[in-house]
Design a protein around this ligand. Structure first.
Ligand code: ADP
Ligand code: MG
Length: 322
């Protein structure tokens, strides 16, 4: 079973950023409003995530580290209207199989529970004093999968992948207060006051956030809203585009391209905006179950959406008389 977990880990856990993503998504699903992320050595030595969400019932903690033990799907049809971020029950067992993992969790009813896994094996279980929520630490990631370790890039690259993903998540959940630090140095912090522009200011600075144009549009199947930066924004490259579909952040080359086209055709070819775009649509039109990391989605009527996006951005920027 540990072998199966390690194989699954190969799909779910590519690098420290994938662990951060999975654990932060779990924290979001737990419904709290504060998530702190503390790294050592870009997450390779240690990743600690603290949330103030629901916690896990003491009886369920060991189950949560078993494969396909998700608490998030109760029937088959649920798969087609997934509201939570996780739904495969693979992240915790996968991560525990390739690292040293300690979790302390409490759901507010009685004492909390602590567990310690090493290479997928349960080492210790105990009661723990804890406030409501979950505190999980992943040490020595990939210690027993040296081949994977070898493929990682520099600490700097791994850290920028983490920052990138945490920024995207923070933009997707402005009502949650996030903080991120590495080796004791704070890299970002959001207030959790529930407004995208505030998060943009937290990430890119207040002056840059003011230089963003609000984008709103809709057609029969889709509603879009978000922000696109004005051309003064010089830091941007392709990775500064954050796309959400029904509140879930995704990667979609075609949508990024539509954003860049709407922007470039009006302003300047070859420059990229900082953009946050939220697409609302009937979940029936979205297939999220394409890849285990759930970042890729398939959208029906995609061409209609792409046209809406580039046209709306073009028109909003045209209104600014640039
Ligand atoms: P999934 O998220 O796909 O359900 P995971 O392996 O990521 O699978 O997590 C397994 C289960 O552990 C979750 O379904 C959830 O019940 C529980 N869990 C994990 N992390 C947390 C957390 N931070 N707070 C509350 N429950 C959690
Ligand atoms: Mg999960």
């Amino acid at each position: 079973e540990i072998l199966a977990d390690q194989i699954a880990a190969g799909e779910v856990v590519e690098r420290p950023a994938s662990v951060v993503k999975e654990l932060v998504e779990n924290a979001i699903d737990a419904g709290g409003n504060r998530i702190d992320i503390l790294l050592q050595e870009s997450g390779l030595k240690s990743i600690r995530i603290i949330d103030n969400g629901s916690g896990i019932d003491g009886q369920q903690v060991e189950l949560a580290f078993k494969r396909h033990a998700t608490s998030k799907i109760s029937s088959r049809t649920d798969l087609f209207k997934v509201g939570t971020l996780g739904f495969r029950g693979e992240a915790l067992p996968s991560i525990a199989s390739i690292a040293d993992v300690k979790m302390v969790t409490a759901n507010g009813n009685g004492p909390g529970k602590s567990v310690h896994y090493h290479g997928g094996q349960l080492q210790a279980v105990g009661e723990a004093q804890s406030r409501r929520g979950t505190d999980i630490t992943v040490n020595d990631l990939f210690y027993n999968t040296p081949a994977r370790l070898k493929y990682l890039k520099s600490l700097q690259t791994e850290l920028s992948k983490i920052t990138d993903i945490v920024n995207r998540i923070a933009l997707s959940y402005p009502e949650i207060a996030f903080s991120l630090q590495n080796d004791g140095r704070e890299l970002m912090r959001t207030s959790g006051h529930g407004n995208i522009q505030q998060v943009l200011a937290n990430i890119y600075g207040a002056r840059n956030a003011q230089k963003m144009v609000k984008i709103v549009g809709e057609n029969v199947d889709f509603k879009i809203n978000g922000y696109v930066s004005l051309p003064e924004f010089t830091r941007a490259n392709r990775s500064y585009i954050t796309i959400l579909v029904n509140g879930r952040y995704i990667k979609n080359f075609q949508i990024s391209k539509a954003i860049i086209e709407g922007y470039g055709s009006k302003l300047m070819v070859g420059r990229y905006p900082v953009a946050v775009l939220n697409v609302q649509t009937d979940p029936v039109l979205v297939d999220v179950n394409v890849h285990p990391t759930k970042q890729e989605v398939r959208i029906s009527e995609e061409n209609e959406l792409l046209e809406l996006i580039s046209k709306t951005i073009f028109d909003e920027l045209a209104d600014k008389n640039l």
